[in-house]
Design a protein around this ligand. Structure first.
Ligand SMILES: Cc1cc2nc3c(=O)[nH]c(=O)nc-3n(C[C@H](O)[C@H](O)[C@H](O)COP(=O)(O)OP(=O)(O)OC[C@H]3O[C@@H](n4cnc5c(N)ncnc54)[C@H](O)[C@@H]3O)c2cc1C
Length: 398
């Protein structure tokens, strides 16, 4: 891996910076959540922003050109990552579509599916969600019970999914269903693409401990899904689900978000005090900040290694679990540290006149706990690393 920037790379960086400077109006409209007529419409503003970003060449950078991507070099992707993070541009509305669904579809989807969905994901025309977990199937995902029966040209789906992030705004869903109850549990699962507007789908929001409502329960009651929306073979969904999870974990290391969290924490240490002195002057706090920064940099280079392997055509594989585990622990450590600095102010609600930073720190702490669960819990990441990276024997047979 060579990360030296050539003259050509620096010219690419300049082009990106010029483009960012000329996009200021759209960036502020997206931040304010208004559409082009000035009306408040955060969803439309986010869709417009992603389309703008895509048309300039900064979404789908590593994707094959035939599916609307740019086949950009590794260094171009690194430069774009750095500069877009530095510019604090709005996050993508379609993270699941871009980082989880599309790589799986490129690898396993039919040509027709790729042509139909991939460009729409790039332009945020379809927002996607992931319908894997169920009330009785999270870590042990292969125990899922949502049932699908092939009836003529359609699957008829009945059952329930849970913790479906963005389910309430999604147009489409990657859905795991059981199609053979008599087979061993991993051999009776099929991978489908469900239209979230289909008749028979009911979505109920769930509230998390931080007060947010980003995920949902999704109920399927005789929902018809056309047979052509099956990815791969009938009963062959488990291997595809595994590659979706590897893609999810490789994306979840989220260095850009960690850098943003770190910068906010740094600002907090400059404004809050410990023992009457600015927190930034406290030796222990300074040590911790330095350690966080070192770990974020380590994670960044681990991410570049994964990206470099992906660009050579290798799958993200189990090493993505190392990044996911490390990133969620780091995020939790920073969030806990912020609460310690905020001290008793952490107990105040958003509406209190004395609340610090509109209650961001306590909400951030609760959100950070979810990162050790979503996409596979930290305990499961330890198991994956032990078995698939270190090749240790399985502790429990299933
Ligand atoms: C913020 C967030 C977003 C999410 N978004 C989605 C989404 O969009 N789509 C989706 O399908 N799901 C989503 N999930 C669900 C997530 O994938 C599951 O919560 C996760 O896989 C754990 O499953 P569970 O909640 O059923 O816990 P369980 O599997 O019941 O686990 C309970 C506890 O037991 C431990 N445990 C279980 N098995 C083992 C084992 N073999 N060895 C050691 N310890 C074990 C776990 O680590 C955990 O601490 C999301 C979850 C969160 C928190």
């Amino acid at each position: 891996m060579d990360l030296k920037f050539s003259e050509q790379d620096e010219a690419y960086r300049k082009k990106l910076l010029d483009w960012l400077a000329s996009s200021g109006e759209l960036i502020s409209r997206t931040m304010q959540g208004t559409d082009d007529s000035g009306e408040r419409n955060p969803m439309q503003a986010m869709r417009d922003w992603q389309k703008h970003l895509y048309e300039a060449g900064y979404v789908g950078m590593s994707w094959p050109k035939i599916y609307g991507g740019y086949e950009a070099s590794l260094t171009e992707q690194v430069i774009a990552n750095e500069e877009l993070a530095r510019a604090k541009i709005p996050p993508s509305l379609n993270t699941v579509g871009l980082t989880i669904v599309a790589p799986t579809m490129i690898q396993h989807g039919s040509e027709e599916q790729k042509q139909k969905y991939l460009k729409r994901i790039l332009r945020a025309e379809d927002i996607w969600c992931q319908g894997f977990s169920e009330p009785g199937a999270g870590s042990d995902l292969a125990s899922l019970k949502t049932n699908a029966v092939l009836d003529g040209d359609n699957f008829v789906v009945n059952g329930q999914k849970v913790w479906t992030s963005a389910g309430h705004i999604a147009d489409m869903c990657v859905l795991l269903v059981r199609t053979n109850r008599d087979a061993p549990k991993r051999e009776g699962i099929t991978y489908l693409l469900a239209d979230m507007k289909s008749e028979g789908i009911t979505i109920r929001p769930l509230r998390n401990a931080g007060g947010g409502s980003h995920f949902n329960e999704v109920f399927f009651d005789d929902v018809k899904i056309p047979k052509e929306n099956m990815v791969g073979e009938l009963h062959g969904g488990w291997a595809i689900a595994r590659s979706t999870l590897d893609n999810e974990r490789s994306g979840l290391s989220g260095v850009v978000a960690l850098e943003a969290n770190f910068k906010r924490l740094l600002q907090l240490t400059e404004s809050a005090s410990i023992g009457g002195e600015p927190a930034i002057e406290d030796a222990h706090t300074r040590d911790q900040l330095a350690q966080y920064w070192i770990e974020i940099e380590g994670l960044k280079y681990l991410g570049y290694r994964t990206l470099s392997e992906q660009l050579k055509g290798q799958k993200p594989g189990s090493q993505a679990s190392v990044g996911k585990l490390f990133a969620s622990k780091l995020r939790q450590a920073m969030a806990k540290n912020a609460l310690e600095i905020v001290g008793p102010y952490a107990a105040l609600t958003k509406k209190s006149p004395h609340v610090m930073d509109r209650g961001r720190w306590v909400a951030g702490y609760f959100d950070s706990l979810g990162y050790g669960i979503g996409g596979g819990t930290s305990e499961i990441m330890h198991n994956v690393i032990a078995e698939r990276v270190l090749e240790l024997p399985r502790s429990v047979e299933d």
